[in-house]
Design a binder for this molecule. Structure first.
Ligand code: AP5
Length: 217
């Protein structure tokens, strides 16, 4: 039986940052639906062209498209033992689809880690965020690169995401509250929800998540 560890939480809550660290610690691949969309956008694929408007507006890409993309990724060989899902599921139909994918691929969706961060912190986190093309995440204050504006690993230029403009961030938070927050009750009912305080330092949040994973094993 393989294990799907799900990270949910608001935009800027630290899902991507923590998923990468946890992936390095436990060896499962980090699968970010947002990163998959952004890769398709850069490669100008049909999927990227379809997703572009939704990402620019801070809205969710339609469920059928998103589910097919994640199903394909989870079917790859490196996910045989498990995967860390960041940004998926984000709606109840996506959560239902993940249960079905897990049943088909002999996996369990457990635990679902909710990274809790107060709203006031989110805009500050996102306005200071810088990304590398390969998906590494920095923050001008909380997680600065060694050389300003350059990726620590390959020295490439960092960039700021188009959807981190304050007006788009506000819409993403609204979309999270309307469409994704209901998953908290969904996973509480299934007894797999594990809340973690995301309003601590990066290392403390990683430690809290790894403690949850150790307690589960
Ligand atoms: P996605 O890329 O998933 O964006 P998001 O959920 O809005 O989350 P973010 O990536 O913005 O934040 P994060 O929680 O990963 O935080 P991070 O670690 O970067 O989705 C983008 C778009 O794609 C969506 O709007 C939608 O259009 C589409 N999409 C994606 N998935 C979809 C789906 N399933 N269905 C439909 N559409 C979908 O941290 C943020 C900043 O804070 C960083 O600078 C970081 O360094 C800093 N930071 C992190 N933790 C801490 C800490 N503890 N202390 C201080 N600073 C910290």
């Amino acid at each position: 039986m393989s294990q799907y560890v799900v990270l949910i939480g608001p935009p800027g809550g630290g899902k991507g940052t923590q998923a990468k660290r946890v992936s390095e610690a436990i060896g499962y691949p980090h699968i970010s639906s947002g990163d998959l969309f952004r890769k398709n956008l850069r490669a100008e694929t049909d999927l990227g062209k379809l997703a572009q408007g939704y990402l620019d507006r801070g809205e969710l890409v339609p469920d059928d498209v998103t589910i097919a993309m994640v199903r394909d990724r989870l079917s790859e060989a490196d996910c045989e033992a498990g995967a860390i899902l960041d940004g998926f599921p984000r709606t109840t139909p996506q959560a239902d689809a993940l249960e079905k994918i897990a049943a088909d691929l002999s996996a369990a969706v457990d635990p679902v880690i909710l990274i809790e961060v107060p709203d006031g912190t989110l805009v500050e986190r996102l306005s200071g965020r810088w990304m590398s093309k390969s998906g590494r995440v920095y923050h001008t204050i909380y997680n600065p690169p060694q050389v300003p504006g350059k990726d620590d690993e390959d020295g490439s230029d960092l960039y700021q995401r188009e959807d981190d403009k304050p007006e788009t961030v506000r819409n993403r938070i609204k979309v999270y509250e309307e469409q994704t927050a209901p998953l908290i009750a969904y996973y509480q009912q299934r007894k797999v929800l594990r809340p973690v305080d995301g309003d601590q330092g990066l290392d403390e949040v990683t430690h809290s998540i790894l403690t949850v994973l150790e307690d589960e094993s």
